[in-house]
Ligand binder design. Sequence first.
Ligand SMILES: Cc1ncc(C[n+]2csc(CCOP(=O)(O)OP(=O)(O)O)c2C)c(N)n1
Ligand SMILES: [Mg+2]
Length: 324
Amino acid sequence: MAKLTRERALWMYETMIRIRRFEERAIEVFQAGELPGFIHPYIGEEAVAAGVCAHLSGKDQITSTHRGHGHMIAKGLGFNGMMAELYARSTGYCKGKGGSLHIADQDLGALGASGIVGGGIPIAAGAALGIKLKGGKEVAVSFFGDGATNIGAFHEGINLAAAWRLPAVFVCENNRYAQSTPQSVHQSIRDIADRAKAYGIPGVIVDGMDAAAVYEVAGEAIGRARGGGGPTLIEAKTFRFWGHYLGDPGTAYGHDREAPKWKKRDPIPALGGLLRKRKWLTAKADEEILARVKGELDAAVEFARKSPPPEPADLMADIYEKAL
Ligand SMILES: Cc1ncc(C[n+]2csc(CCOP(=O)(O)OP(=O)(O)O)c2C)c(N)n1
Ligand SMILES: [Mg+2]
């Protein structure tokens, strides 16, 4: 079992703050009319990305979703390139042509956010097959939502990864809703981890608001995958504090009634409390983290605002370049 060290716990804490603050700033500039695309805030779910990515190196690979900012930040992508991508500027990770839903950096093992629900699952299985064929020790992790577990790609991707014992980990962020549809309406099971049985792989449920718990469960699954023991399906029970996308108040389908209860379990102060209890975090260090993140974000917004948009002549550039 991976023991939570001071260093990893502080990394998770800072990573969760980086995600939260990035999202808050993105919301701010979106509401000021500065961003051309949509945003699906990850706020509330940070413990999942941080707890899982705390076990990954730069060579491990992840696939993400439309709610992908948190995964990308936890995988090591920088604020400048991410913010510039949201602003659709040529200095963004996709040179301003992808936007929030398609941020990717193959060099950092971030195979991409995706606008196609469930689309990242078979891609992660394919990445894991590549790792296995090359005899590597890396893993491929796929993050996806509860809604994605009803998509054919979920079943196909996990089935193949299980049958071929690929080094993959499937992380379902069950935030109780697929857009405006509650889980109880879109499927007849309560625990998505139960679906692992159908593929003959372990299925584990974890409290997605508890970073230390996610860290422990993810460590075991990632360790098993690296050691040739095949994939695991992790179901993290979590909640998005905002509506489905920025502009959805969540009032039409009950989300707003549930939100206060979940906000009391905000994963960031929860981990902060644990860190202080263990005397791993002082008030001064906490302030320094916040100031550092704020400074980086101010600079990233400035960087994005000053960056030029893509040139029309580059419209077709980069599309098939990497594949060929
Ligand atoms: C294949 C596909 N079907 C439908 C949609 C429209 N859509 C976008 S997000 C979403 C809900 C996804 O829910 P879930 O997987 O639980 O992720 P969450 O938004 O809760 O993080 C849907 C249906 C889509 N983008 N792609
Ligand atoms: Mg969901």
